[in-house]
Design a protein around this ligand. Structure first.
Ligand SMILES: C[S@@+](CC[C@H](N)C(=O)[O-])C[C@H]1O[C@@H](n2cnc3c(N)ncnc32)[C@H](O)[C@@H]1O
Length: 271
């Protein structure tokens, strides 16, 4: 996948292009990231990228002309060197503006974005972007949560990391995403708890079943924990799971067992 990221702080993006899973994806060419700086499209001596808001008030707005030129250049960059079908598919490159006013980013959106051949991500600064520029250049807006950050770079990197993990070949078998929260078999579910050595830590032993070597029982235990945790911590997700995917008879039973055991444990500690 090709991603052009528009930002006035290009160095920040190294956090995603140079480290860990996403760094490896860039190194192996599965992900190409090109950073475009609106400052390079300014024409004044000070390379100005902000402007005063009409109507007055505190805060600045991103200057329209350099940002528009940067977005258009970023879009063209996703086409560079492509011919034939790849070029046609990439021509439609979606422009995404990271904004607290966008649709909340979730795993379903991430899965859909991972199907794209290319993306342009626009990181805002100051009070944001002129509304008319959004109308002219932006296809979709995503928020990473109901709080305000100082810039769109972190949200753009969050989106990029989540999407990169879903590109074929980026995760090896050993760190497959299929059993992560919200993903694969775990759509609308939280992941089960994980344990590693030592067998006893802080006075607590690892659940015995995980030492049994019995894969069927281990899978069943993990499923039960995932259902139970979702019931405990995210009842809204469990409801969505019931509505959208449905729970099998076995899953209903596992969940009922979990709830009964959980209630029993709580009444034992209260007694
Ligand atoms: C200080 S914010 C501007 C907030 C804007 N005045 C508002 O209240 O909607 C500057 C930039 O940070 C980014 N940003 C801040 N919070 C965000 C969030 N929760 N999700 C995505 N982007 C965010 C956007 O790119 C935004 O243009």
């Amino acid at each position: 996948m090709r991603v052009s990221l528009v930002t006035i702080f290009p160095d920040m993006i190294r956090a995603v292009t140079e480290f860990g899973v996403t760094g490896r994806a860039v190194e192996t060419g599965l992900l190409e990231v090109c950073v475009v700086n609106p400052r390079d499209f300014t024409e004044d001596k000070h390379r100005t990228v902000d402007d005063r808001p009409f109507g007055g008030g505190p805060g600045m707005v991103m200057k329209v002309a350099p940002l528009q030129a940067a977005i258009q250049f970023a879009k063209e960059r996703t086409q560079d060197g492509l011919t034939g079908e790849a070029a046609v598919e990439t021509r439609q490159t979606k422009v995404i503006y990271l904004s607290p006013q966008g649709r909340k980013l979730d795993q379903a959106a991430v899965e859909a974005l991972a199907q794209e051949h290319a993306l342009v991500l626009v990181a805002g600064r100051y009070e944001g972007i002129d509304e008319r520029l959004i109308a002219a250049e932006v296809d979709e807006q995503y928020s990473i949560g109901d709080y305000v950050l100082s810039g769109g770079e972190l949200p753009a990197m969050v989106l990029l990391d989540a999407v990169a993990r879903r590109l074929p070949g980026v995760l090896g078998h050993e760190d497959s995403a299929e059993q992560d929260s919200f993903t694969g078999d775990y759509v609308n579910l939280l992941d089960c708890p994980h344990y590693t050595r030592p067998e006893v830590f802080a006075g607590q032993a690892v659940p015995e079943v995980l030492l049994s070597g019995h894969h069927g029982r281990i899978d069943q235990w993990r499923r039960k924990q995932a259902l139970g945790r979702t019931w405990q911590h995210r009842p809204d997700l469990l409801e969505a799971r019931r509505r959208e995917q449905g729970l099998s008879k076995e899953e209903e039973k596992l969940l009922a067992d979990y709830i009964r055991e959980h209630k029993q444990q709580n009444s034992d500690t209260d007694a």
